[in-house]
Every structure is written in structure tokens, then in C-alpha cells.
Design a protein around this ligand. Structure first.
Ligand code: HEM
Length: 168
């Protein structure tokens, strides 16, 4: 499917005019993009490293996963909105930029993985104790660890491709 028309539309929009003419605002939005990434990836890394038994091993994993959820969504909202603003300034460059497309593919994969596999497997991690005692449907610890490593790799690729757009 040819999606170039979306980039042409963005390139001709008032958002693009604003992004190109207001350097101060653009720098602030760049800062929001990076801070949102820190929030999003920080919360993801916390949950994943907990599942790998690296950090906060004294805290039950379900408490960490439950408490980071809201901040993951806030980080995602911030990074997507600021990303669209940044993209409007260089829309025609991005339309044919392979690192941008690799980043978008990684982002789509990361969101689907987060909402489906990561959340359902983490809810069935062996050490999660439900109100009725130990879970009967707990998955093997190595499955949880595989999910943690996969999630870390997906989001690392998104961040690395994001940075690489600037070099290309
Ligand atoms: C719809 C979502 C997103 C869009 C449209 C978007 C778009 C952009 C654009 C246009 C740039 C500037 C590229 C340049 O000229 O240097 C950028 C930079 C960057 N993005 Fe995103 N982005 C999105 C999501 C994300 C996510 C989810 C991450 C990380 C998890 C991320 C990480 C980065 C990084 C690390 C940079 C480089 C920042 C810098 O060097 O100043 N982005 N993004």
C-alpha cells in the first residue's frame, strides 16, 4: 500500500510549518520525546529486569508490573505525540527512510507484544501468588525470562533506529 500521501499531507500541514519555523518549541518537543522514552523504557526495563531477577528482587514482581503499567502508557502517549510533531518537520525525508520504517515496525511489534504476550505471561509468572494461593496455571520461569529478553531487544531496536534516523 502506498502511504506517501500521508507524508505529503503532513508535510503541507500547519503542524509542519510550526515545527519548521519555531526552533524553541521544536527543541522542547525533542526534550519531551527523550523524556517520554526515558519514562517508557525505564518502566519497561524495571519490569523486565525484575522478571530476570536482577533488580528489586525483594519486591513481588506483580507489584512492580501493576505499578509501572500506567507510566508505560503515559510514556507511550508522550512519545507518539511528540514523535508526530517531530516527524512533521521532515516528513518527506522519513517517507523513504529505512531506519524510520524499521523503527515504526519495531514500535508496532513492541506495542502488540506488550499488550498481548508480555502482560499475559507476566501475569502467570511462577512467583506471582494469587489470592487463592500459588497459581495453578503458572508458566515456566524460562518462558518469563525469554519474554523479558525479547521485550528488551524490541524496545532497544526502536530506540536505536530512532537515533539512527538522525545519522542517515
Ligand atoms: C509514532 C511514534 C514515533 C515517531 C513518529 C517518532 C519520530 C521521530 C523523529 C521524527 C525523530 C527525529 C529524527 C531525527 O531527525 O534525528 C525521532 C528521534 C528519536 N526517537 Fe522517535 N518517534 C516515535 C517513537 C519513538 C519511540 C517509541 C522511541 C523509543 C523507544 C523513540 C526514540 C527516538 C530516539 C532515541 C530519537 C533520537 C533523538 C535525538 O537524537 O534527538 N521514538 N523520533
Amino acid at each position: 500500500m502506498d502511504v506517501v500521501f500521508i507524508f505529503e499531507w503532513l508535510d503541507a500541514s500547519w503542524l509542519s510549518d510550526l515545527a519548521r519555523t519555531s526552533a524553541g518549541l521544536f527543541s522542547m518537543v525533542q526534550a519531551v520525546h527523550i523524556l517520554s522514552m526515558v519514562m517508557l523504557c525505564g518502566m519497561l526495563i524495571l519490569g523486565d529486569l525484575r522478571m530476570l531477577n536482577v533488580v528489586l528482587t525483594g519486591v513481588p514482581s506483580d507489584i512492580i508490573i501493576r505499578n509501572t503499567k500506567k507510566w508505560i502508557y503515559i510514556g507511550l502517549a508522550g512519545i507518539i505525540l511528540s514523535g508526530i510533531y517531530e516527524a512533521s518537520a521532515i516528513a518527506m525525508k522519513l517517507a523513504t527512510n529505512s531506519f524510520f520504517w524499521a523503527k515504526m515496525a519495531g514500535l508496532a511489534m513492541g506495542i502488540v507484544f506488550l499488550l498481548s504476550i508480555r502482560s499475559s505471561i507476566y501475569a502467570r509468572a511462577p512467583e506471582v501468588i494469587g489470592s487463592n494461593g500459588p497459581q495453578s496455571d503458572a508458566v515456566d520461569a524460562w518462558v518469563v525470562k525469554l519474554v523479558a529478553v525479547t521485550n528488551l531487544l524490541i524496545w532497544f531496536s526502536v530506540a536505536a533506529n530512532g537515533r539512527w534516523i538522525g545519522f542517515s
